[in-house]
Write a protein that binds this ligand. Structure first.
Ligand code: SF4
Length: 456
């Protein structure tokens, strides 16, 4: 158990303990400040270690931020020295690396020295630098300007073993789908009065292609009534077994210019193990169908699925690269509460994941892809990250805007979270819709009113 004399440091320290699987051990922590000297004393197993470093906060807010950083760093150094293990993102937890980098650049400093202080690997400093370069044009154009629209279709054919998302297996909620679309369409119409310049629209899931072509058309029709102009329009179509020529045709005719084919792996054995009902052959067929249209296509892969080793992952990577989509997103497996796998796996092996991530960087770079957005999640295997890779000039605006939180996001549907972003991200107000479908159906009018107030 962890005890500390400064309660607001507790959650931050726990994040670091979790990285090393040390959350069940006993630590007594004391934090002291002596001028600019931040001192962390850690007692554990009869030993006492003191770590001190220099931070120069300008105000109370910055003091708290720096105190958290110094405590995390102290625990990271202790556990890293003790275990002989260093982690690729060092003591960086609970903050998006790119946001931290932008913070340093805004203060007129390079971000590398701060990252080095946090023991971030040279490879990760390099990838952040490449991400900032690749997303630079979108970032500059949209920081503090316009808004993005998210439309939630939280249905999937079945629930994947590792999924903690709110999505519902379509069979279990079939009776609600028509009502859901009616409410969703009403919500979309209600946005007319609050949008100004739409940067992008993202219809996400779940698996939006769970709906029929006719149901998708109704959702697209409502979106197009908003006069989104030439905004980027993405549909995260989803699992390959839901693709049909009719759905692709209505999607294209609605003006959608980006779609996602999300196999996660090209191994049939793994697909069965994670609870998917499709094969890699269906992925190739879905891709072939989608490539009849001039969509930018994204393929999602996950490193660390089931019992996959680096050879399995390498095969999936090669298969995706051979198809030559404009975007490939590589996720490190993340097991949050709510996923079935979380119940059976207490700790994630890290050895192969590091290799898989390194391999993805090497192969995608060699194939002409650039990393253009990056984020990390709690409980991610190997303390890794998710990276969106793009052929030059084919980056997804929505992903950059939402990951960097540089402009407002107006989100409709169950489980959607609207964010009003002020000053390019200096302040954010949020509004969450109910995740449960029946509750959403009862409350959507209330949500419309609250959203109108938030964006008034
Ligand atoms: S397809 Fe995606 S959203 Fe749907 S159950 Fe699987 S992981 Fe979850």
């Amino acid at each position: 158990m962890l005890t500390t004399n400064v309660q607001f440091l507790s959650a931050e320290i726990m994040d670091v303990l979790r990285l090393f699987g040390a959350e069940d051990r006993d630590f007594a922590h004391t934090f002291r400040r002596d001028g600019d000297n931040f001192i962390n004393i850690i007692e554990c197993g009869g030993e006492c270690r003191t770590f001190s470093d220099i931070w120069r906060p300008r105000d109370e807010l910055e003091f708290k931020r720096f105190a958290k950083r110094s405590a995390k760093l102290a625990f990271y150094l202790l556990l890293s020295q003790e275990s002989g293990k260093s982690l690729p993102w060092g003591a960086l937890t609970g903050i998006r690396p790119t946001k931290m980098a932008y913070g340093e650049l805004a203060a007129g400093r390079d971000f590398a020295p701060l990252f080095k202080k946090f023991c971030v690997s040279g490879g990760n400093i390099d990838i952040v630098r490449r991400v900032l370069a690749a997303q630079g044009d979108i970032y500059r154009a949209n920081c503090g300007n316009g808004e993005d629209i998210f439309v939630s279709l939280p249905f999937c054919p079945t629930k994947c073993e590792y999924c903690s998302f709110i999505t519902a297996p379509v069979g279990a909620v079939e009776k609600y789908i028509e009502s859901y679309i009616n409410c969703l369409v009403e919500e979309i119409y209600s946005l007319k009065g609050i949008i100004s310049r739409v940067n992008s629209v993202y219809v996400g899931g779940g698996t939006p292609f769970c709906l029929s072509a006719e149901q998708l058309s109704r959702v697209y029709g409502a979106i197009n009534s908003l006069n989104i102009g030439g905004a980027e329009f993405t549909v995260e179509a989803g699992r390959p077994d839901t693709f049909t020529p009719e759905k692709l045709e209505v999607t294209f005719r609605a003006g959608v210019n980006r779609i996602c084919v999300n196999p996660q792996t090209f191994s049939d054995k793994t697909l069965t193990a994670i609870g998917r009902k499709h094969t890699s052959e269906q992925t190739f067929r879905a891709y072939e169908m989608a490539s009849q249209y001039p969509f930018d296509i994204n393929i999602d892969l996950i490193a660390g699925l089931a019992d996959e080793n680096i050879i399995d992952f390498s095969r999936s990577l090669d298969a995706a690269i051979t198809l030559s989509p404009s975007n490939i997103t590589v996720h490190s497996l993340c097991l949050k509460a709510g996923s079935r796998l979380k119940e059976s796996v207490s700790r994630l092996a890290v050895s192969d994941i590091d290799g898989m991530i390194a391999l993805s960087r090497e192969k995608l770079t060699a194939s002409g892809y650039c990393p253009y957005y990056l984020y990390r999640q709690k409980y991610q295997a190997g303390a890794g990250e998710n990276v969106g890779w793009s052929l030059p000039g084919r980056e997804c605006v929505y992903n950059v805007d939402t990951m960097e939180e540089i402009c407002s996001n107006i989100a409709v549907g169950a489980g959607a979270i609207s964010k009003r972003v002020y000053g390019g991200g200096s302040r954010i107000e949020r509004l969450a819709s109910p995740k449960d479908i029946p509750t959403y159906l009862n409350k959507y009018k209330e949500i419309i009113e609250k959203r109108n107030e938030l964006f008034a």
